[in-house]
Every structure is written in C-alpha cells, then in structure tokens.
Design a protein around this ligand. Structure first.
Ligand SMILES: [Zn+2]
Length: 154
C-alpha cells in the first residue's frame, strides 16, 4: 500500500517523502527545515516548478497571474483564503507570468488568471477566470475527488 507522498519544499525545492497520514502534522523539510505544507501561497518560478508539479505527488494548485492584471489582483485575497482552507492536502503557489513568460508558454497559459491543479506528477485540470475563495476550494476538491483512484463505498 502506497501511503507516502513526495512533497517538494516551498523554500528550497528539495523533495521529501512524507507519510500521507502525517501531512497534517506540520511536516518540515529535511534539508532546510521550512514547513512543507504552508497555509499561505508561495511564489514559484521556472527553476522550482517541476520539483513541485512534475516530480512530486502531493497536490499543488497554481495561480498563473501577472502584476498588471486587475482580475488577478482582485482574486489574490481569495486565493490566500483558499490556501488556508485547502492546507495541508493541497499546496497553493503563484507563478508571475510576466517574470516567467517561458514557463507560462510551456504550460499553454493563454489568459490570466488561470488556475492549474497538479497531483501525482501530472495536470488534473485547469480553470481560467477569477473565482471567489469558496469556488476555488470547491473546484479543487471536486477535481481531486474525480481523479482519485479510491472511491468511497456507497
Ligand atoms: Zn527545504
């Protein structure tokens, strides 16, 4: 039974193996000591992106935004509130598409804000347009539930 997850560190991008059941126990990075599952969004650049989105298992929700984008700035507090609601299961990160244009291009980001959800090292879903906090949380949970190989008995 696979009950541990690869979790990348928001600070140094080292990959840590964490038992799934311990995700909520404020696990820290074995290399730098930073919290692995913060309840606030962290900035992600091209150098750290793959460690979190591709070479990790734990769920990651990325907000592709830009400083000049009004709807992006409007959504920022909602994204922060969603981070508090979704931690520790989901980490929330922000990619500034103005500073990271190559990364945005690689991901095929055509409009902002766009949210992209990753889990198990692959993209599960994406959604463009600003959303309130509750919609971000519900959309994320629905996508993770739909992708989960383990479905509840009913
Ligand atoms: Zn670290």
């Amino acid at each position: 039974m696979s009950d541990s997850l690869i979790v990348a560190c928001p600070h140094c991008h080292s990959r840590n193996r964490v038992p799934a059941a311990r995700l909520g126990d404020a696990p820290t990075c074995g290399r730098c000591g930073a919290h692995l599952r913060p309840d606030t969004p962290f900035a992600l650049d091209a150098g750290g992106f793959d460690a979190h989105a591709v070479r990790a298992d734990a769920a990651l929700l990325v907000d592709f935004w830009a400083p000049w984008c009004g709807p992006c700035r409007t959504m920022a507090p909602a994204f922060e509130a969603a981070a508090r609601a979704l931690a520790p299961e989901v980490a929330l990160a922000k990619v500034d598409t103005e500073a990271e244009a190559v990364l945005g291009g690689r991901l095929g980001i055509r409009s902002i804000p766009t949210l992209v959800l990753f889990a198990g090292g692959r993209e599960l879903a994406r959604q463009s347009g600003a959303m309130p906090a509750q919609a971000i949380v519900q959309w994320t949970r629905a996508q993770l539930q739909a992708a989960s190989p383990v479905r509840p008995n009913r």
